[in-house]
Each structure stands twice: as structure tokens, then as C-alpha cells.
Design a protein around this ligand. Structure first.
Ligand code: DX5
Ligand code: ZN
Length: 212
């Protein structure tokens, strides 16, 4: 039996009220969130554009949360040095870089934690030989690009398979997480839970508690 790891809650800023970001992040920090999940989209790797470095760096001054940056960007190497200035964890998509190992080394060279994200159809095999150099695997539980989508249940097996391969690695899940799906992903072995629309649709305190 694999020991369940402590659950970390990572509210996704994408579904917060963009007209009052400082208040939103202060609130979730006060209520026990530990990470702030920051979805950077380039309108190319995913069919949407969100926000980038200027927004995130201005929030950095107002928060002690772990800044967990999820780059949904094609060939993201050109962004890494800049983002390293204000990020704690930098996650890139395995599908978005031709030389994943090089991108991983680049993130590490700035002393940042490395995350690698996998789209729902991407098998775990693609990170098999890189696992020792990765701090966190982000299992996408929806197709990336938008908040408010429905959880893809087939991803539970993927989480279980990864947890079987590696007991210690952080497994983050992203997309369609609510009280019900949180229970399922935790049982499967995930320990970092991103939640956007579920938390930011109201009663943050109760919502954050219900995910733990
Ligand atoms: C989707 C993003 C998510 C998104 C999650 O591409 O990576 O982080 O904000 O939103 P919910 O929790 O609403 O599915
Ligand atoms: Zn995300």
C-alpha cells in the first residue's frame, strides 16, 4: 500500500476575478492554499491567451505563496530565464518542446523546481528517462486551454500508474477538480491539486477545505 502524501492546494488564477487579483491571492493564501497556479498560454500551443511575465511579477510582491507556473507555450526555452526571476516551480509541456531534457536542464540551471505536464493523450513513457530530474509531473485531467472543463476519468489510471513507478515524486492534477474528483485523484496518488473555477466560484474557505 502506497502512503498518501500531504495534499497541497493550488488555486488557479485563470478563473479568479482579473479586476482584483491582489485581493484574490491574499484571500486564498489566508485560507490555507500553499501554491498559486499560474497558467501562461501563448495562443499557439493552446487555443487561448491568458497572461504573462508582467502580471505575474507584479503579483510576486504581494504574496508568499509558492508560484507554480504552468507554461502552455510552444518551445518555451526563451521564457525560462525571465520566469525564473519570480517563479518557484516552472512546468513545461512534454509535447511543446523538441528537446525536453534540455528544457529540464535549463530550468534546473536557474535553481528552480522542474515540472513536466502531460496532455491527456500523452503516455507516461515520454518522461521515463527524465523522471529523476523532474520534481513534479502535472497530469492534465482536461485538455489544456480553458478553465471550467469536465474532468477526464481515464486519467485516474494514469495517476495510479505513475504513483506505482515513483512513490516520491509530486503528482499534480489540473482540470475539473472539485470535492468529488479531488477524492478520486488523491486515492489514485495525486498530492498537488489545482482548482480554478471550483474555488473561485464562491465560498473559498469551504471549497479549499473540501479539497484537502
Ligand atoms: C487549463 C488550466 C487550468 C485551469 C483549471 O488549461 O491549466 O489550470 O485553470 O481550471 P478548472 O479547475 O476550472 O478546470
Ligand atoms: Zn494549469
Amino acid at each position: 500500500m502506497i502512503k498518501e502524501k500531504r495534499t497541497i492546494i493550488a488555486p488557479s488564477l485563470l478563473t479568479a476575478d482579473f479586476s482584483k487579483l491582489k485581493e484574490e491571492i491574499t484571500e486564498v493564501e489566508k485560507l490555507g492554499a500553499e501554491y498559486l497556479h499560474l497558467d501562461v498560454m501563448d495562443g499557439n500551443f493552446v487555443p487561448n491567451i491568458s497572461f504573462g511575465a508582467p502580471v505575474i511579477s507584479s503579483l510576486r510582491k504581494h504574496s508568499n505563496l509558492v508560484f507554480d507556473v504552468h507554461l502552455m507555450v510552444n518551445e518555451p526555452d526563451y521564457l525560462i530565464e525571465g520566469f525564473a526571476q519570480f517563479s518557484d516551480i516552472i512546468t513545461v509541456h512534454a509535447e511543446a518542446t523538441k528537446h525536453l531534457n534540455r528544457t529540464i536542464q535549463l530550468i534546473k540551471s536557474f535553481g528552480k523546481k522542474v515540472g513536466v505536464a502531460l496532455n491527456p493523450s500523452t503516455p507516461l513513457d515520454v518522461i521515463k528517462y527524465d523522471l529523476d530530474n523532474i520534481d513534479m509531473v502535472l497530469i492534465m485531467t482536461v485538455n489544456p486551454g480553458f478553465g471550467g472543463q469536465k474532468f477526464i476519468p481515464e486519467m485516474l489510471q494514469k495517476i495510479k500508474d505513475l504513483r506505482k513507478i515513483n512513490e516520491n515524486i509530486d503528482i499534480e492534477v489540473d482540470g475539473g477538480i472539485n470535492a468529488e474528483t479531488a477524492k478520486l485523484v488523491k486515492e489514485a496518488g495525486a498530492n498537488v491539486l489545482v482548482a480554478g473555477s471550483y474555488i473561485f466560484s464562491g465560498n473559498y474557505k469551504e471549497k479549499i477545505e473540501s479539497l484537502k
